[in-house]
Design a protein around this ligand. Structure first.
Ligand code: ZN
Length: 220
């Protein structure tokens, strides 16, 4: 069930008070429109009606797609808090036993809005994000000197090719990179053969550090 609440927010820029609808849970099955709004970047975004100031609300959101067997826990936070919040989410789920009914699911922990949207797009395209993260590392390693200032995100699957967007923060440019679907299939098959499971046993943060660990021989 999708869940929301109303919050009064004081604009950090001009001080004007606005009422914002904040979503804590989005369930695709009963709210397809909400999912569309989420993908359009309209959910949990504060927009000041007076001065136009825009910011992401610091709200925890649970995204649930029953058909894709996908559950995403999204908590916006600074990088330095990521590990602590991950541990909190794991501990809370363990205590409540809430994950028992999500057997066979992929459970993902994310802390960036773009990361949340990327996960949704990946699973909507019937792809697996573990293979995608490995491919992203391969793409970024083509220009190792610039890898630190670049962020690579999956965009879409079209005409048997996966399109990735590479944002170079230093140059402030966006490049695209296409990877044949066959290459993805090969990477995914190799991961599966090495023991990587297509579902989760608990919350997983599947990001570049995860992919690095996979390439170093760790599986799951
Ligand atoms: Zn304002």
């Amino acid at each position: 069930m999708s869940v929301n609440s109303k919050q009064n927010v004081k604009c950090p820029s001009c001080g004007e008070l606005s009422e914002v609808t904040v979503w804590n849970a989005v369930t695709v099955k009963d709210s397809p429109d909400l999912k569309a709004d989420l993908l359009a970047g309209k959910i949990n975004i504060f927009r000041c009606g007076s001065c136009g100031y825009t910011a992401l609300m610091p709200t925890h959101l649970l995204y649930h797609d029953e058909d894709k067997k996908l559950l995403i826990s999204f908590t916006p936070c600074e990088d330095r808090l990521r590990r602590k919040i991950y541990d909190d989410v794991v501990a809370t789920s363990k205590e409540s036993g809430a994950l028992e009914k999500f057997e066979g699911y992929n459970l993902r922990f994310v802390t960036e809005y773009n990361e949340l949207l990327e996960k949704i797009l990946i699973f909507d395209a019937d792809l697996n994000d573990k293979a995608i993260e490995v491919i992203k590392l391969m793409i970024l390693s083509q220009d190792l000197e610039k890898a630190d200032v670049r962020v690579c995100r999956f965009g879409k699957l079209e005409n048997d090719a996966l399109e990735f967007m590479i944002h170079d923060r230093k140059e402030n440019q966006v490049y695209t990179s296409a990877v044949p679907k066959d290459s993805y299939d090969t990477v995914y098959r190799q991961l599966r053969e090495s023991g990587v499971k297509p579902y989760s046993f608990g919350w997983e943060a599947v990001d570049s550090s995860y992919a690095t660990r996979l390439l170093n021989g760790f599986n799951n």
